[in-house]
Design a protein around this ligand. Structure first.
Ligand code: GLU
Length: 477
């Protein structure tokens, strides 16, 4: 899961997020006090704890959990393991979570956690100890719980870490019947939901597909509609980048470039995503892939010829120094904060269509929401209705055949009769969410000339929804 592309910029990520927020806030009708309440981080917990390394030695570990907004509970957001973790970063990411959830109508506040470690430097047993200790610290201060704060995977973490978190929480709270909902992104056997692993990447794909389906918008940037034949470069072959690339490839896009921290590869005729993934796994490097050109340093890959660029690694990857060299016509922000505000200014002048993080990568938290619902209801999606619906459709098909005197072939019947399983329902809920939210933010942008970007439109959409939830309480008359 760890793509480990270096964060190349030193500007404050949190300040950047707030800057984007302020730009949008100015275009809303809400009083400054209310905007300030929506903008500020509600609480930050910094933790220091030791772990035993070798022999009698100890290492001090620094970790955080930031809860940005309690306007809805629980708050929600991943936990990342990376050396780039610091308070500024978790606060920025927690704020993005608040706005992301609002954009896609996921009824949570935003949060984010992080442990400042390079997970590759630790054994599995050490990682387990660090994760369990971190969870115990969160429990101590009431920073975790199915009704309070629900972590999930992020950069450098995955289902394994989530299983440790859930298990630790359940040991502390054996009386809580909903305890499994204290974290999402768990393995299926521990209460996870089918489709969560690929959800962020699938969401990025749905976003890209929707964007290129609108003829009016494509004409403005000189592209035809549809994904077929579109040239795509992906930065980061971790969980998000890999799945986004794979779904795009399956829909006819050409993945011409893939970048990782050790270097990048490019082939104008397209790279097979699974073969590249296997190649990297076997050889420990993405470089020297058959038929592809090696690109070094890896950042150069962002500047190569393509239609769609998908940064799917860390923040601040496209900045004032490289933005001018970007050739893509569309950027889909699969990572959180991959563009600095300066980069965005430059790219807008170049007429690049930017699909912002708080919408583009919201697929992960959307399916996390479905997992949390599953945990609270204690039943797999589709379990109650699958057979019932199949029986209804079968009767319908039989009646149609009888009345028309014609019969359908087996494959037609199978498609018509098939009742939905958990994965069908999860993917359908995700598709509905991503498509609806895109049209919502696009409409906000189209409504006013002052809303110049989809990012500003997304922040406005989020601010409107959060403000309304405060106003409904009469807190800010
Ligand atoms: N870490 C993911 C994000 O940044 C997922 C968060 C979640 O599922 O709660 O959106």
């Amino acid at each position: 899961m760890n793509t480990a592309i270096k964060n190349s910029d030193h500007t404050s990520f949190y300040k950047n997020v707030l800057g984007f927020f302020d730009k949008a806030g100015m275009l809303t009708k809400y009083p400054k006090g209310l905007l300030n309440q929506i903008r500020e981080t509600n609480s930050v917990y910094r933790i220091i704890f030791p772990i035993r390394t070798t022999g009698k030695n100890y290492e001090v570990i620094e970790a955080f959990r930031a809860e940005h907004s309690h306007h809805k509970l629980p708050v929600k957001g991943g936990i990342r393991y990376s050396l780039s973790v610091n308070q500024d970063e978790v606060m920025a990411l927690a704020a993005l979570m608040t706005f992301k959830c609002a954009v896609v109508d996921v009824p949570f506040g935003g949060a984010k956690g992080g442990i400042r470690i390079d997970p590759k430097k630790y054994s599995e047993a050490q990682l387990e100890r660090i994760t369990r200790r971190y969870t115990a610290e969160l429990i101590k201060k009431n920073f975790i719980g199915p009704a309070i704060d629900v972590p999930a995977p992020d950069y450098g973490t995955g289902a394994r870490e989530m299983a440790w978190i859930a298990d630790t929480y359940q040991q502390f709270h054996p009386e809580q019947i909903d305890a499994a909902g204290c974290v999402t992104g768990k393995p299926i056997s521990q209460g996870g939901v089918r489709g969560r692993t690929e959800a962020t990447g699938r969401g990025v794909f749905f976003a890209a597909r929707e964007v290129v389906s609108i003829a009016e918008d494509m004409k403005k940037i000189g592209l035809t509609t549809g994904l077929d034949g579109k040239k795509v470069i992906v930065q980061g072959l971790g969980n998000v980048g890999y799945h986004a690339a794979k779904f795009l490839q399956n829909s006819g896009a050409l993945i011409v470039g893939i970048a990782e921290y050790e270097g990048a590869i490019y082939n104008k005729n397209g790279l097979d995503v699974d073969s590249v993934f296997q190649h990297r796994k076997n050889r420990n490097t993405i470089l020297n892939f058959k038929g592809a050109k090696n690109i070094k340093p890896t950042e150069k890959a962002l500047e190569l010829n393509c239609d769609i660029l998908i940064p799917a690694a860390l923040e601040n990857q496209i900045h004032a120094d490289n933005a001018n060299k970007i050739k893509a016509k569309i950027i889909v922000e699969a990572a959180n904060g991959p563009l600095t505000p300066e980069a965005e200014e430059i790219l807008l002048k170049k007429n690049v269509l930017i699909i912002p993080d708080l919408y583009a990568n919201a697929g992960g938290v959307t399916v996390s929401y479905f997992e949390w619902l599953k945990n609270l209801s204690h039943v797999r999606f589709g379990r109650m209705e699958k057979r019932y619906e199949e029986a209804t459709y079968r009767t319908l098909v039989n009646t149609m055949e009888e009345l028309s005197g014609k019969s359908l072939n087996e494959s037609q019947k199978k498609t018509l009769i098939n009742g939905p399983s958990e994965i069908d329902l999860v993917n359908s809920g995700l598709e509905e969410t991503m498509v609806t939210a895109y049209h919502e933010i696009r409409a906000i942008m189209k409504r006013s000339k002052r809303v110049e970007t989809l990012r500003t439109a997304s922040y406005i959409s989020a601010i409107n929804k959060i403000a309304e939830s405060y106003l409904a309480l009469g807190i800010f008359p």
